[in-house]
Design a protein around this ligand. Structure first.
Ligand SMILES: [Zn+2]
Length: 363
């Protein structure tokens, strides 16, 4: 992997990650951008104890590309995008309209490929490995910023999830605190350690799931299952079998095997809602859009976790992949019970979801 950092016209950082060491990335951003002024403030809810990022941004003269020009495609001729070069493998840059900035963290955009019409599932194993290496490098770099406590790499895919740019991309949020979900997990881990005389809860959950009926996919170094109490209609948790707190600690064997495992999971997700015998191999174009999904990397916070009795080494790096689609044409909305009370109602039994995700395995 070759890494080339540069700056955009408004001072934001952009980094090229290339497969070939011979890649030269010296194109200059020629857009008339003025420096961004970002304001983001973290407010803590006194009753719930969680935090809300209030982002209000004041812009100078903003460069508006025509709506039909994708800002994540490479720049070509006079068609200038966020990426100055005329090609790229993987590129990461600071979000122009970040939810977190300055003292309250940082937001970045990760472009997985320069191919506008591809999706992550279309990447080659070599390309997927490059994305993994970019996520890992960003986690290392962002953890060095004084304001950053936890790094979250994720992908939202599909218009149903509110994605407005079709170009395959993900985001990275670097938070100035341990996020509520991570803190909840760490509290459970600390309590279990205490009660069990030292057992790690993540290890116990993984062992139990691997012995059960909700396994979706298992390889030498990775395991994927639908959790016992899945919140979403189709939800898969992917763990490296050797527990590590974050991407930085993932060993070479697991890194090498990751692309084939993850690409297979994403391809199965795309087939969940295909009707029996109506696979893409038959030649018919599915009338429905590809499965919308959220893919979320859970990593340990850096330094002190902020949760008594839980060290960062107790945490288990894993990826949670889920869709909000329940069945063809129907979405799971976060309605009264979920939004009002944090109580999820899931209409798809986790055992049935796991069965379906095994049925649609690549042959
Ligand atoms: Zn594009």
């Amino acid at each position: 992997m070759k890494k080339t950092p540069t700056q955009l016209a408004d001072g934001r950082e952009l980094i090229y990650y290339d497969l070939r060491d011979s890649a030269v990335r010296d194109a200059v951003d020629r857009r008339p951008l003025e420096p961004t002024v970002t304001r983001s403030e973290i407010r803590r809810d006194p009753l719930l104890g969680d935090s809300v990022a209030i982002a209000s941004h004041r812009q100078g003269r903003t460069y508006h590309p025509p709506a039909d020009e994708c800002p994540l495609c490479p720049s070509r001729g006079e068609r200038l995008s966020e990426i100055p070069d005329s090609s790229y493998d993987v590129v990461v840059f600071e979000n122009r309209f970040p939810s977190l900035a300055g003292d309250s963290g940082r937001c970045e955009v990760v472009c997985f490929t320069s191919d506008h019409d591809a999706s992550f599932a279309d990447l080659t194993e070599e390309q997927a490995r490059l994305v993994l290496d970019a996520w890992t490098d960003r986690t290392a770099e962002l953890s060095q910023l004084p304001a950053v406590k936890q790094v979250f790499c994720f992908e939202n895919r599909g218009a149903e999830i509110g994605v407005t740019l079709g170009h395959p991309h993900g985001q990275i949020y670097a938070y100035p605190f341990t996020t509520p979900r991570t803190a909840l997990m760490l509290r459970s881990v600390a309590a279990h350690k205490e009660q069990s005389g030292g057992e790690n809860l993540f290890d116990a959950v993984l062992a139990r799931e691997l012995a059960g009926e909700r396994v979706v996919l298992e390889s030498e170094h990775w395991a994927a299952f639908v959790p016992y109490a899945a919140h979403w209609p189709y939800e898969v948790h992917l763990y490296p079998k050797r527990r590590v707190p974050d991407l930085l600690a993932l060993d070479e064997d697991a890194r090498t095997e990751f692309p084939q495992v993850y690409l297979e999971l994403l391809r199965r997700f795309d087939r969940i809602f295909e009707r029996e015998g109506e696979g893409s191999a038959v030649g018919g174009t599915p009338s429905e859009s590809p499965t919308p999904y959220i893919a979320a990397w859970h990593q340990a916070p850096f330094g002190d976790t902020g949760v008594p009795g839980a060290q960062r080494e107790d945490f288990a790096l894993h990826l949670e992949l889920f869709t909000i689609r329940r069945t063809s044409g129907k979405l799971k909305f976060l309605a009264g019970s979920e939004s009002g009370m944090n109580v999820f109602i899931n209409d798809v039994p986790p055992e049935r979801a796991a069965e379906r995700l095994r049925e649609v395995a690549s042959s």
